[in-house]
Design a protein around this ligand. Sequence first.
Ligand code: ADP
Length: 353
Amino acid sequence: VAARRELLKGYVYAPFRAHDLFDRTFGTELEPRVEFSVYDGEAADANNLLYTSGRVPDHTPERTFETTLLVSGHPWTVVFESRPEWEAGSFRRFAPMVFVAGLLVSMWLFWLASGQSRARAAAEAGNNAKSRFLATMSHELRTPLNAIGGYVDLMLLGIPGPVNEQQQKYLHRVQHAQQHLLGLINNVLNFAKLDAGRVTFAREPIRVADAVTDASTMMAQQAAAKGIEFRVTPGDDGLIQADPEKVRQILLNLYSNAVKFTAAGGSVRTTWRVNGDHADIEVADTGIGIEADRQENIFEPFLQVDADLTRQQQGTGLGLSISRELARGMGGDLRVESEIGRGSRFVVTLPLG
Ligand code: ADP
């Protein structure tokens, strides 16, 4: 997200394709007397040419009109050049008209582009308000939930007094529900932070084997409890350059999905390999799989394949979109290959140190 914001800084969002737009406007002239070009930047530099209606080879135009427009701090240069037909004579008297037309077109361009930048500013303000709302909400919900968790722990430890077996059973249920809800809220909070570009990434050399061991030890027990085989096959030795906390978050999310969507008797397997300047960590399961036309959608926030109220598995539909943003934030990526009924294979790519 940060890289994308950096890239867009100072640029005007223009959802029209410059060439198509100008071509529609100026390309309809059957006998053109003037050529028109638009450049991105302060000068008519050929490398930054956005559009030209054409050029007459080996012709030095007698008349040129050049102006630079500043739109939201970004310069565009507009150039009109006369063609031999214009210089041939009878069109000279149109010179003032060409000048006025140039000015009008420049104003029109300015109006179009500034409209776009206003729309973008409004959209960004809305987005920030939404992210702030989500972050505050999640914080307000987390504080009482942590208190519930803390008091349940104290009671289970018998600190306020002895609890009988039945009470212990109920307390464990409260604890389970509290942890589940806390997980969901943490996801929403994480997503809001990423969406607002407020997540920072540490860069440290980490052995792939260590990153995988760290996450898989936390998950192996959960898989075993569900009767799922959980196997890690060590791959090439390699040092990735990444944020250990974020890598753990991605892997734990992939593991919890793999265990969630795989029935007892199935398996979850992890391995990795070094490929050029990056490492690919692979988490494969033999679970329900994902239909081909849904495989890209699952990385969208709040999207689940089975979105019915009757669906089998709980979740917010945020895990994978958070994981992909985290991987991309570290210069890597996250992708999936899957076949319905046979299983899914998620691959996290991370740059080597
Ligand atoms: P959540 O798991 O909270 O619903 P995710 O973003 O982690 O959200 O996943 C989005 C959806 O992608 C899931 O609801 C599920 O439909 C699908 N999905 C993710 N991982 C798997 C998997 N290993 N096998 C099958 N489907 C999966």
